[in-house]
Design a protein around this ligand. Sequence first.
Ligand SMILES: NC(=O)c1ccc[n+]([C@@H]2O[C@H](COP(=O)([O-])OP(=O)(O)OC[C@H]3O[C@@H](n4cnc5c(N)ncnc54)[C@H](OP(=O)(O)O)[C@@H]3O)[C@@H](O)[C@H]2O)c1
Length: 455
Amino acid sequence: MRGARRPGDEDQVAVRGTGVLLRRLKRAPLPDDAQPAPWRPEGTTLVTGGTGALGSHVARWLAYHGAPHLLLVSRRGANAPGAAELVADFEGLGSSVTLAACDAADRDALTRAVDSIPAEHPLTAVMHTAGIVDDAPVNEVAAGQLERVLRPKSGAVSHLCELAAAHDLSAFVLFSSAGSLLPNVGQGAYAAGNAYLSALAANLRAEGIPALSVAWGAWSGGGMAGKEEFAKFISHRGMDLMTPHLAATALQQALDHGDTDVMVANVDWARAGKHLNAIRPHPMVSELVGTGPIPAATTTTEQPALLTRLSALTPQQRLDALLDLVCAEVSTVLGYARTERVAPDQAFRDLGFDSVMGIELRNRLNKATGLRVSPTAIFDHPTSEALARHLLDELVAEPAPFTEPDRETASSAAATASQAARHEPPAASQIDSMSIEEMIRMARGDRPDPVGESE
Ligand SMILES: NC(=O)c1ccc[n+]([C@@H]2O[C@H](COP(=O)([O-])OP(=O)(O)OC[C@H]3O[C@@H](n4cnc5c(N)ncnc54)[C@H](OP(=O)(O)O)[C@@H]3O)[C@@H](O)[C@H]2O)c1
């Protein structure tokens, strides 16, 4: 953060008694005279989400570095897939392990789990990795979704803070996400939960608790970013996976140097910049990617262009054109090379689509067609072919779908208009070609809209 010079350009501003502050993501090289204080696990380390992907990678790293006792907490506890193998693995490295089935956001259950810690291994460190994803863009996040996603983040951390205050901890590490820092699509609730952890770390540090929030980029080795297609999706946007070993080395470094709030991610900023600045500049990352080329405004010119093109085609050609569009957008979202195309009948699920990718596809199609495609459309119409048909239905259902209506539609609409004005019933063949809105207007005796204008 530093003093604002041009607040008008900024989208993240904090007004404080000391002045107006701006947010900037910067590289954080170690100073030449850095004096690390090597951190090592002692006593018990509590790992929330300890049977999950990152939780178990971190627990293995702790065991490898001599952690005497690990308390691994997750809602499923010993029933989590692979839990028994994890225990055997960590015990083989010399740590004793306790698995607790406990919702970390349940204060009483968490207290019981911590009370079970053997006296000879007092609690000295917390690694809070518990988390879930349930994606939706910020304007579509439902209350229940927000509750579910925040529960293991801000919900659990308030109880962990009580523990931190009551024990002499050497590390209190909060697993946040780069998704809370970098502009991304569809993680409305998740980004908020993680941003909360990062802000909290600074407050805790000010209170004397050795808090560290790491906004992680994507890890390889399973977990939330583990699917191959998702890796391709984010790689296309500049973020590549980190091996658990590399990530753990960065965590060690952050702990050794007493960091409070860092992002650790494997980002190619040149590649990322093209994506980050595609819609508008993001001052927060400007020192890493510049302000980059911003394409000219597209909304008013591009949307009618597709509709104009479609209006000159037969119904089958329209479907073919929309299918081309959907296949191309699906390929782009998947990060395929330009020449690679998905098969029209391949299910999105089989292609590796998840909710973030679904939202990205929906947004791209909205932009290309001018429609407001429903958030569930890609689940309801799960192949490119089905989705293209749905888009065609939606476009035809619009009061005035195409800017230049074809001759047949124009003359039919004109005939309906003059009949409605004279209160004459239209011929049966004309009713067949009317939209529901036109029929309702006719039934009400309203004058139809002039051809070419929408409501
Ligand atoms: N994977 C990545 O690349 C990545 C990147 C950035 C940030 N992160 C962060 O790292 C953390 C771990 O991610 P991951 O990929 O390892 O996910 P994961 O494999 O799904 O593991 C999440 C763990 O959290 C547990 N959990 C969820 N809610 C809980 C609750 N209320 N109380 C206790 N445990 C709970 C889950 O077990 P139960 O279902 O049995 O409770 C599971 O063990 C998350 O906080 C995520 O935001 C991950």
